[in-house]
Design a protein around this ligand. Structure first.
Ligand SMILES: [Fe+2]
Length: 384
């Protein structure tokens, strides 16, 4: 076997093995099991990943790279599976991306990147275990992308044409970045002067940071209200009912298992939501009540089929952080969804339901590469 061919096979097998393990990892973190169960399963997966990597390297070296020359002569093995899996993904993923395009239903109107001045990094980085990471040039945790996107909805009444929603997600208040960063984010949110603010979960990770809520969410302003759901991280170390009560005291309205009807210039707008798969069941929406526009706030984008069944016009989700690291040519890799990386961030359409998935503002690990924290103002416009 030519050395170049052996290297290509080797890279393909390792890539396939990585893809299989990440595929399983993404599903483990998407099925709504407890944090403890998730940790056990992840450790089993990491053990499997390491031992199979050893097996692949041994097989490859022992056969002098010949392991794949005569595939048809071999018994089916994990090495073959790795190669077939990566070949499948190389064909399937681009087709998936093409199929998900819905450019006729939305457009990016404006996008601004705001980098925090270097002299503020030390103060705003927070008490990180990795004190230098936020300052690395490639790391985008201390920058912010403010986007304005128009989402087109069929049959929207004139009174709702131009309704604005600021969508923010995944604050992960844990100490990194520090409180000044998030207070500054609140200032940027208020500059947008939106009609509604929707927060799609993973608000706070550490009990110590609950005291930050008033200065962040209490200061946010929206004409017709601020709505939120909780995410899987919110209920790891904090009591769900206590956190909901604290946020409701800041004039935030919980829609994790509730539905609110608000009046916007004489038109009824429903704001509902779901916290599945980290709740017992989806809320049942009263579909007999006619509304001009229906908005759902979710943590994961996975309940999009529930949103479709509930006649939701616009669903807002987070949870996936856009992958946090997006490789050139590959895009996001880690994306804890039943759909993997398919809906890692951006705008999607399923049936007549539009879905916006935010990259969020932070994460437990202070690393972002080619995946900036994001605030998005969505402008709802009539398509017809
Ligand atoms: Fe999150």
């Amino acid at each position: 076997m030519h050395i170049a061919q052996a290297v290509i096979y080797g890279v393909g097998i390792i890539a396939g093995h990585t893809a299989i393990c990440v595929t399983v990892l993404n599903r483990i973190q998407a099925v709504g099991i407890s944090h403890g169960e998730e940790r056990v399963l992840k450790r089993v997966l990491y053990l499997f990943a390491a031992s199979m990597l050893g097996y692949i390297v041994y097989t490859f070296i022992a056969s002098h790279g010949q392991v794949l020359v005569n595939l048809h002569d071999m018994d089916p093995s994990y090495v073959d599976l790795c190669l077939y899996w990566i070949m499948f993904l190389l064909v399937f993923r681009p087709l998936q991306v093409l199929r998900d395009r819905c450019g006729a239903y939305w457009r990016l109107d404006e996008s601004e990147v705001i980098d925090i001045p270097t002299e503020k990094h030390d103060e705003w980085a927070g008490a990180t275990r990795f004190p230098h990471w936020p300052s690395y040039k490639w790391n985008q945790v201390l920058s912010l992308e403010v986007n304005r996107k128009s989402v087109l909805v069929d049959g929207l009444p004139a009174a709702l044409n131009g309704l604005t929603i600021t969508h923010v997600s995944d604050f992960h208040l844990v100490g990194v970045p520090g409180k000044p960063f998030f207070q500054w984010v609140t200032e940027q949110v208020n500059k947008l002067q939106s009609d509604l603010i929707c927060v799609s979960g993973d608000i706070v990770d550490a009990p110590d940071c609950v005291d930050w809520l008033a200065d962040i969410f209490g200061e946010m302003q929206a004409r017709y209200g601020k709505f939120f759901v909780l995410g899987n991280h919110d209920i790891r170390k904090l009591e769900r009912s206590d956190l909901i009560a604290r946020l409701e005291a800041l004039e935030m309205q919980w829609v994790g298992d509730a539905s609110h009807i608000i009046d916007v210039d004489g038109e009824s707008v429903r704001v509902c939501g779901t916290e599945m798969p980290w709740a017992d069941s989806h809320p049942v929406i009263d579909l007999d009540r006619e509304v001009a526009l229906s908005i759902a706030v979710m943590h994961s984008p996975d309940p999009i089929s529930w949103a479709r069944r509930s006649n939701v016009d616009l669903a807002l989700a987070g949870h996936l952080h856009g992958g946090q690291i997006r490789l050139p040519m590959v895009g996001p890799v880690v994306s804890p969804s039943l759909h993997g990386v398919r809906m890692a961030s951006g705008v999607y359409r399923r049936g007549s339901t539009m879905l916006h998935v935010s990259r969020g503002l932070s994460g437990l690990q202070p690393i972002r590469w080619r995946c900036r924290p994001e605030i998005t103002q969505l402008v709802i416009r009539n398509r017809s």
